[in-house]
Ligand binder design. Structure first.
Ligand code: BV8
Length: 241
């Protein structure tokens, strides 16, 4: 097992920036000029229950397009490094991801929690069962469990409760290191975790392409692309730095 330097229990929060170099669009345009999701779609229309009730076809197509797109992408060195850390780390480690892609898992990470749901799952609003799903939902296929044509993306929209909040706060209470990677710090409650971790005594580190809305809350911020900053940080922490 890895040398255990000054840290034992780690919570890592990831956002769209960790998947950007895999070719998955982030939500908010950064300075890198990449297209961003919320520039092309109004959040209210495609990422809220109200938007889904108003125009379900629009929302289903928005998620169908993204669900198909992620299946053509590959993990990048940031995902690979986090998987390597997960495999080697003897203490507690939890990767809390805001992302709905499966690139952490495809890189080999095991201790992953999708607080905003997953593209590759469908949630039946008739029987509440969640099923693995890779295809389209816009043509209203039957739920594998109850056959009702009531499937929606298993994704947490604005105004909906993120998943496993108790498990996340329990991990934050035990953490002595909190690392935030590739997130703008724009959306709560995820954006508040750094404040919670800090108040609970953890060291807080941000790895991001540019300063985020929460940068001032971190003990330390390292700027650069995740494919570079994450592997070098993982090497450091495995060396017991
Ligand atoms: C809730 C899934 C109650 C869907 C998403 C007023 C004040 C405070 C809060 C609120 C408020 N009004 C409303 C709220 C609550 C609301 C909220 O926070 N709104 C914001 C807009 C103010 N939140 C909610 O509704 C949440 N639910 O609050 O329930 C509750 C409260 C407490 C406890 C329990 C329950 C639910 C929000 C979930 C919405 N769903 N995603 C989908 O994917 O389609 S949100 C989505 O945007 C992401 O999941 C993520 O959470 C969020 C932010 O995105 P990021 O991942 O940060 O991506 P972004 O593009 O913004 O930034 C990318 C970053 O990466 C940038 O900083 C960039 O510089 C960097 N980067 C880019 N390239 C690279 C890079 N970094 C490194 N390397 C690179 N190569």
């Amino acid at each position: 097992m890895a040398a255990m330097g000054q840290y034992r229990n780690i919570v890592i929060l990831t956002g769209a920036g960790v998947s950007a170099e895999s070719g998955i669009d982030t939500f908010r345009a950064g300075t890198d000029g990449q297209p961003s999701l919320w520039e092309q779609h109004d959040v209210e229309d495609v990422a809220t229950p109200e938007g889904f009730a108003r125009d379900p076809e629009l929302v289903q197509r928005f998620y169908d397009m993204r669900r198909a797109a992620i299946q053509t992408k590959l993990p990048n060195p940031a995902h690979d490094a986090l998987a390597r850390l997960d495999a080697a780390w003897g203490g507690d480690l939890l990767i809390v991801t805001q992302n709905v892609d499966d690139l952490h898992e495809r890189a080999g990470a095991r201790r992953v929690l999708h607080m905003h749901g997953e593209h590759l799952k469908a949630w039946c609003t008739a029987c509440d069962v969640r099923s693995p799903w890779r295809g389209s939902l816009a043509d209203y296929p039957p739920c594998p469990a109850c056959q009702a044509r009531s499937l929606r993306p298993d994704v947490v929209w604005f105004g909906e409760m993120p998943y496993e909040m108790n498990r996340i706060y329990a991990a934050l209470r035990r953490a002595d290191l909190f690392v935030s990677i590739g997130t703008s710090g724009a959306v709560y409650p995820a954006a508040g975790f750094v404040r919670d971790a800090r108040e609970l005594g953890a060291h807080t580190l941000e790895l991001n392409l540019e300063r985020s809305q929460g940068s001032h809350l971190f003990h330390e911020s390292r700027l650069g692309p995740a494919s570079q900053t994450v592997p070098s940080w993982v090497d450091e922490v495995l060396a017991g730095a």
